[in-house]
Design a protein around this ligand. Structure first.
Ligand SMILES: Cc1cc2nc3c(=O)[nH]c(=O)nc-3n(C[C@H](O)[C@H](O)[C@H](O)COP(=O)(O)OP(=O)(O)OC[C@H]3O[C@@H](n4cnc5c(N)ncnc54)[C@H](O)[C@@H]3O)c2cc1C
Ligand SMILES: *[C@@H]1O[C@H](CO)[C@@H](O)[C@H](O)[C@H]1NC(C)=O
Ligand SMILES: *[C@@H]1O[C@H](CO)[C@@H](O)[C@H](O)[C@H]1NC(C)=O
Ligand SMILES: *[C@@H]1O[C@H](CO)[C@@H](O)[C@H](O)[C@H]1NC(C)=O
Ligand SMILES: *[C@@H]1O[C@H](CO)[C@@H](O)[C@H](O)[C@H]1NC(C)=O
Length: 576
């Protein structure tokens, strides 16, 4: 690798804020100067099957009363509805109305963004559902309160993140999923004429219906307000320690019991893991650390374009060795930069890094910006040439996770370069999640694997060493019974997934009683919920992007050396 490349890659991570950056645009685009004839996309600009999603109209309520009137009118008119958010971070097309729906309505929570109440005595916060995690952390923090565990990216809304079961990492307390901290919630659902076509349901912790609404995929109605249980702000002490991955299989089941905020970042082709040794410490422990994760900072568009072009070239020339070099460079750059941690908000001087929870739990400064220049952006912002990826995320029960990790390690032995592709996106992030009362929540204590990797702009073009990752995904979902993250993944992840949830019938009963006409449902949500066939889209090349599991070579890329053959170590996998 040349020196210029190293300089460019280093730039990627050490951007100084001299330039203005441009925030992600609203995912809803309508006819000029109207809220009519709209399209909606996700933050990556592309859904797994690349459909373009349309809606006749978008509305932006600012109060619960407006929301009630919107849902009532749409219900009276039997219009299909979907709930959208300011950034639309979910990958699957949860937010899409079906093709051919004439009068579909998008209800955006963009302006349902107020903090309503902070209750010091009972330590809780009540927010409108469009409030971002960042706002919540910031406002609660000012009152000396925090959520103990949250997703690591703060650009998501409370309505959206509970809607898909988003989480951080912990086996302690009530676990790492935000929806398990809901003490009260208000949801606006359709209803019948005697009720003026709508009903606001107020659900308290302990209510069985709340267990349906906690993780709802947006099919039960619009959550308008959420009250979450908080704690007094505390301090954490973080040490990120690099080790060989030889004991990872064993450690995976136990490490999370030893450290409250434990997680792993695994680089399988480098045979290395970063263990997060992360625990609460007394509030008088010195330190005012800050987490500004390097991967969530603004990056100059020029750098993003160079990185993307480099990877496209490596892909088109089958340069597996080049990817492994880039991988090492990326991970060592991140390590030198302490992943964006500083001991005092300015500089990193060494571990442990000690600071307040609200300054460490999540980050995402690439959202900061004024609406103008296109000089810098979030790395995945689709209005510049930048990162374009698949994201696969699944959780495997702690009782089985060792076997899965060892299977992945066996694949790496067969082809040591196979998983370098992951390290360009900082490897596999492994986080602890816990059994939830939510009907569509985690069924057991588990380890969640978060994998990001290159996606070609051309759906018919296979990725470098693609068969290894496809085998790993099939291993996870079909041999180890992994549960998919509802807000990530390709179609394959959802095949049969709903059968892994023991209370799915209770969920469907609540759905039936809240939204009898299925106004908030679409073909996609019905497929995911097991109410309709067609999750897997069988056509030429469908296995290339995880739209199907192949049954014939033509579903793969036979001309480019990928056939529908059994996996290397998981013989039931198909694609090689
Ligand atoms: C950079 C990045 C980092 C991420 N980090 C994490 C992480 O650390 N941990 C993790 O678990 N996930 C993570 N995710 C995934 C993310 O948490 C989920 O995709 C989340 O659902 C996105 O929230 P959103 O506000 O963008 O909602 P959307 O994606 O817009 O919506 C999600 C679903 O919720 C529904 N919905 C939204 N608002 C409401 C409402 N008010 N009432 C009812 N339904 C509603 C929508 O209709 C949709 O079905 C990350 C994603 C990205 C892009
Ligand atoms: C929206 O699309 C319809 C049908 O294509 C068209 O008749 C109408 O004029 C459009 N409205 C706006 C505001 O563009
Ligand atoms: C709902 O319909 C009523 C009666 O037609 C109308 O007065 C009201 O403005 C509508 N509300 C919204 C938000 O469209
Ligand atoms: C705290 O909770 C108790 C019991 O639910 C309730 O009676 C009290 O009013 C709450 N306090 C505040 C300030 O809301
Ligand atoms: C329905 O609306 C009418 C007119 O505003 C009102 O009088 C009535 O109480 C409402 N019914 C219900 C069940 O809210």
């Amino acid at each position: 690798m040349s020196d210029t490349k190293i300089v460019k890659l280093s730039l990627f991570f050490f951007v100084i804020y001299l330039v203005k950056s441009s925030p992600p645009e609203d995912p809803i685009k309508c006819s000029y100067n109207t809220n009519l004839n709209c399209t909606i996309t996700n933050s990556y600009g592309t859904f797994p099957d690349r459909t373009i999603c349309k809606a006749a109209q978008a509305v932006f309520p600012t109060t619960e009363n407006e929301l009630i009137s919107i849902v009532a009118n749409a219900t009276r008119e039997k219009r299909k509805m979907k709930i959208a958010t300011r950034f639309s971070h979910s990958i699957p097309k949860l937010v899409c109305l079906d093709d051919g729906v004439q009068d579909g309505l998008l209800i955006s929570t963009k302006f349902l963004n107020k903090i309503l109440r902070i209750d010091q005595e009972n330590m809780s916060i009540t927010v409108e559902s469009g409030v971002t995690l960042r706002q919540l952390i910031s406002e609660a923090g000012k009152a000396g309160l925090v959520l103990p565990y949250t997703p690591y990216w703060w650009g998501i809304t409370i309505g959206g993140l509970i809607g898909t079961g988003a989480h951080g990492s912990s086996l302690w307390g009530l676990g790492s999923s935000v929806h398990d901290y809901i003490v009260q919630l208000r949801i606006v659902t359709p209803s019948d004429a005697p009720n003026n076509y709508t009903k606001v349901r107020i659900l308290e912790n302990g209510s069985p219906e709340l267990n349906a609404v906690r993780v709802s995929l947006g099919v039960l109605g619009v959550v308008s307000q959420v009250t979450l249980k908080l704690e007094r702000v505390f301090k954490r002490s973080i040490t990120l320690s690099e080790r060989e991955d030889s004991k990872l299989g064993e450690d995976a089941a136990t490490f999370g019991r030893q450290h409250e905020f434990a997680d792993f970042t695994w680089y399988p082709s480098q045979r290395k893991v970063i263990y997060r040794i992360d625990d609460r410490v007394p509030t008088n422990t010195p330190g005012n650390a800050l987490n500004d994760f390097l991967g969530f900072r603004s990056i100059p568009s020029l750098v993003l374009a160079i990185l993307r072009t480099t990877e496209e070239n490596q892909e088109s020339t089958n340069d597996a060795g080049g990817k492994c070099l880039s991988a090492k460079l990326t991970t060592s750059t991140l390590k030198i930069g302490a992943y964006g941690l500083t001991n005092n908000g300015i500089a990193f001087t060494g571990y442990p890094v000690v600071g307040f929870q609200n300054r460490l739990q999540a980050s995402g400064t690439c959202l900061d910006s004024v609406e103008d220049a296109r000089i810098t952006a979030c790395p995945w912002d689709h209005k510049v040439k930048g990162l374009f990826v698949h994201q696969t995320a699944f959780s495997i029960s702690l009782s089985k996770v060792k076997g899965f990790i060892e299977d992945v390690q066996r694949l790496v032995v067969l082809e040591p370069r196979a998983l370098c592709v992951l390290d360009l996106y900082n490897g596999i992030l492994m986080r602890y999640v816990t059994t939830s009362n939510a009907y569509l929540g985690k069924q057991e204590d588990a380890l969640d694997f978060d994998i990001t990797y290159y996606r070609s702009k051309d759906p018919m073009s296979p990725r470098l060493l693609e068969d290894f990752l496809e085998e790993i995904e099939q291993l996870a979902f079909f041999k180890y019974g992994a549960l998919p993250h509802w807000g990530k993944n390709k179609n394959v992840a959802f095949i049969g997934a709903i059968n892994k949830y023991k209370n799915v019938n209770k969920f469907l009963e609540v759905k039936q009683s809240y939204d009898q006409l299925g106004l908030f449902s679409s073909e996609w949500t019905n497929q995911v919920l097991g109410l309709k066939d067609g999750l897997s889209i069988v056509k030429e090349g469908c296995a290339l992007e995880g739209l199907c599991i192949c049954s014939q070579d033509i579903h793969c890329a036979p001309k480019k050396g990928y056939f529908c053959r059994p996996g290397r170590i998981y013989k039931d996998a198909r694609y090689r």
